[in-house]
Design a protein around this ligand. Structure first.
Ligand code: ADP
Ligand code: MG
Length: 258
């Protein structure tokens, strides 16, 4: 692999919680513009890895490099300002607000260049400053995710799948270069799941957005992700194209062994 193509590099990442080692020296890289899958049995350390990358947890040790910059230990907003964002469940306060308000109030990127710009033209100039411009961008996003008819509904009244669309729309308001998605299809019906996957693929193909996707549904991973990284017991067990991962004996053992 050409190191220049790698947007995110994680080296020997470790995270301990008291006596528990959640991540035990994980190393991997994510190529710019890829839709990379991250899989592994429950407790493998996937979510903790995400939390370390996005600044929710401070790593115990290891390197995290994004876009050529060391970001290990930075606060979540500092990581987001650099263009690396994860989706969040809509918190209780936000559930009381409308879908429109949720997007209006989404954090905005404070610095850096934007990369993502023909699907949502208002973003082309980078950071949004004007209220009217913001409002326009929000409506573009609502239409892009086909939730514009829900604009005035309180977020808490949305179905599980609609909420996932809103969560992704909200994360995209930050104008990221890379999005981390942790089981974004949990509780989502097949129609909305297809819609979310279409949007992810569209953002990648047309905008060059990079995705790292944790997902337990193997069919989704195998159909959409390349490469696929497999974590087991806090480490990277395997990495490769989906067809290779599917037939990897160590991967099968990790899921069905011991
Ligand atoms: P995955 O997302 O792959 O299912 P996690 O990263 O959630 O795995 O968890 C990895 C391990 O770390 C598990 O054993 C889990 O119980 C533990 N763990 C995760 N978060 C915490 C925490 N905040 N405090 C203590 N242990 C944790
Ligand atoms: Mg998890």
């Amino acid at each position: 692999d050409d190191a220049d193509d790698q947007l995110l590099r994680v080296g020997n990442l470790r995270k301990e919680f008291g006596g528990i080692t959640a991540v035990d020296g994980a190393s991997f890289a994510v190529a710019d513009g890829s839709l990379t899958g991250l899989i592994g049995p429950n407790g493998a350390g996937k979510s903790t890895t995400f939390n370390c990358i996005t600044g929710i947890h401070e790593p115990t040790a290891g390197e995290i490099n994004f876009n050529g910059e060391d970001i290990a230990g930075l606060a979540p907003n500092a990581v987001a300002d650099r263009g690396l964002v994860r989706t969040f469940q809509i918190a209780r306060e936000l559930a009381e607000m409308t879908v429109l308000e949720n997007l209006m109030l989404a954090p905005k990127r404070q610095q850096g260049e934007s990369l993502y710009r023909s699907v949502l033209p208002t973003f082309r100039n980078g950071v949004i400053e004007e209220e009217t411009e913001l409002r326009e961008a929000v409506w573009e996003s609502l239409e892009f995710f086909e939730i514009d008819h829900l604009a005035e509904d309180r977020a808490g009244t949305l179905s599980g799948g609609q909420r996932k669309l809103l969560e992704m729309a909200r994360a995209l308001m930050t104008d990221p270069d890379m999005l981390l998605l942790d089981e974004p299809f949990a509780g989502v019906n097949p129609t909305l799941e297809t819609k979310l996957l279409d949007r992810i693929n569209q953002l990648r193909d047309e905008e060059g957005l990079t995705f790292l996707l944790v997902e337990h549904d193997m069919d989704i991973i195998m159909e959409h992700c390349d490469p696929v990284i497999v974590m087991h017991q806090g480490r990277v067990l395997a990495e490769g194209p989906p067809e290779e991962i599917r037939n990897n004996e160590r991967v099968v053992d990790a899921y069905f062994g011991d």
